[in-house]
Design a protein around this ligand. Structure first.
Ligand code: ATP
Length: 479
């Protein structure tokens, strides 16, 4: 079994080798922090999307989905605070010219202290960093970096610039003639597409508070330190839900969504000890409470989802900037008000990485006679790119024809894969490597009694079942 530090590298290589994730425009040496999903990665990603979408818009009767445009009126980002506030404090090393996010630099130092057994020093440093970030005390942060003698990993020096804010939004021009073109932004979050449509949806859907609007879509951030594979990308996808509530009820709804979202995560079959909540100390400009759900990636506990109590910040500001009323009439209490909002915001790509990290397993299958091992992706069946592989034992004797019939029936229900080349053991291993939960093998006995062997990915156990039962057995595992 690979240890944690090289397990991550193994996952990256495996993702590429088996058609999950490729560096973007790789033939031109790739583009930093941008990735493409291959044939199995895109299936996995879509299954995660569908699972989230269903949990929000099908299983909850008071949540509906929308699909807003990536481009939005530039005023949106003034109103949302992103033009003025969506920035990270950065610092450059003058010798290497390398730029760092201040919090990342100090966090690395905290981790090093912890690894040295200096827990009290690590805690003190964390507290001091949180305080300075909260107060936006940039001179203080620089002094802290210097006092801690933090060095650049490239130049090895502590020759730092001042700490500066760096806006993370990408801008581009709308319009073909440069004089007429206006600057617009690629959205850095999907949430604003929901806020500006709040009344459209509420009125046309006759929605009653409390209700939610969900959306899945691309977001773009010019991340300075883009690293860790698809964990931090410049173009990524978010699955967000804004839940509109009566002012004053935000505490209970915040707790409700914290628990509900954790249940969703546990429903992926990932054990509870792989998750933890992390409460925010420095709150974003829009929030009155916020926490992250963190998952234990091979590189440590990191955020996959944020749950934010956004108050009426966004709707109030849109009302102010657009001069359009963003109010809701609550007939139960006979009052007009701007609703408060609880947001749940999960990164789709980070969820893909989480599911991949959890699924990736190296198994030693050696016996005294023979060395053997396999890499298996133990995806929950509902998320697996392919649900069923149909494998005739040989290419002759009518076995492929029976296999094709099984394919024709089963592919109506779920994604199947047909293969007749290579020894059966090799074919099983290839299916293990992409996480296919079931393989059925058509052999000569099939011709006599209409049964096949079904092989279970995780246990490798095999049993004979009637051909007519295949679809319902697999379907039964996909809920
Ligand atoms: P981080 O602190 O890691 O930069 P964030 O707190 O800025 O993340 P949010 O603004 O709360 O993130 O966005 C919600 C979710 O979107 C995050 O929990 C994460 O899963 C995802 N996300 C944010 N930025 C990125 C990115 N650059 N690449 C991939 N996913 C991202």
């Amino acid at each position: 079994m690979a240890n944690d530090s090289n397990k991550f590298q193994a996952i990256i290589s495996h993702s590429k080798e088996y058609g999950f994730i490729f560096p973007s425009s790789e033939i031109y040496d790739g583009l930093s922090a941008v990735y493409d999903y291959g044939q199995w990665g895109s299936e996995l990603k879509k299954n995660i999307k569908d699972h989230w979408w269903k949990s929000m818009t099908q299983l909850q009767e008071n949540i509906v989905g929308i699909d807003a445009a990536i481009f939005m009126h530039p005023m949106t980002w003034k109103a949302s605070g992103h033009v003025d506030n969506f920035s990270d404090p950065m610092i450059d090393n003058k010798d290497s010219k390398k730029r760092y996010r201040v919090d990342h630099l100090i966090e690395a130092r905290i981790e090093a202290l912890e690894n040295d057994g200096k827990k009290a020093d690590a805690d003190a440093l964390q507290t001091e960093m949180d305080r300075l970030l909260k107060e936006s005390d940039y001179a203080g942060l620089k002094k802290l970096i210097e006092d801690q003698k933090i060095k650049c990993g490239v130049s090895g020096t502590s020759n730092w610039t001042d700490v500066r804010q760096f806006n993370l939004m990408f801008s581009t021009q709308l319009g073909s003639v440069s004089e007429e073109a206006s600057e617009i932004y690629l959205r850095p979050e999907t949430a604003q597409g929901i806020f500006v449509n709040f009344l459209n949806v509420q009125k046309t859907g006759r929605m009653k508070i409390p209700f939610g609007i969900a959306q899945i879509g691309k977001a773009f951030r010019n991340e300075i330190v883009a690293r860790q594979f698809i964990f931090r990308m410049r173009e990524f996808e978010q699955m967000e839900m804004q839940f509109f509530i009566r002012p004053g009820t935000q505490k209970e709804w915040y707790e409700h969504w914290k628990q509900a979202r954790m249940q969703w995560h546990l429903g992926l079959g990932i054990p509870a000890e792989k998750y933890r909540f992390h409460d925010h100390i420095k709150l974003a400009h829009y929030a009155d409470a916020a926490c992250d759900i963190e998952f234990e990636f091979p590189f440590g506990f990191k955020e996959v989802e944020g749950i934010h109590s956004r108050t009426d910040f966004d709707l109030k500001n849109h009302q102010e900037y657009s001069k359009k009323k963003m109010q809701y009439f609550d007939s139960e209490i006979n009052q007009n008000y701007i609703p408060y909002v609880i947001e749940t915001s999960i990164g789709l790509d980070r969820t893909v990485l989480m599911v991949l990290s959890q699924a990736y397993t190296e198994e030693d299958l050696s016996t005294p006679e023979k060395q053997d091992s396999r890499v298996v992706l133990k995806f929950p069946p509902k998320l697996a790119p392919i649900k069923l592989a149909v494998l005739p034992l040989t290419k002759r004797d009518g076995l492929p024809e029976i296999g094709r019939e099984i394919m024709d029936t089963c592919k109506q229900h779920f994604k199947c894969f047909y293969e007749e080349k290579d020894a059966i053991g090799k074919r099983y291993r290839r299916m293990d490597a992409i996480g296919t939960p079931f393989c059925v093998t058509v052999d000569h006995q099939t011709k006599e009694d209409q049964t096949v062997t079904i092989r279970h990915r995780d246990t490798m156990a095999q049993e004979r079942i009637p051909v007519s039962a295949i679809a319902s057995i697999v379907n039964g595992q996909l809920i």
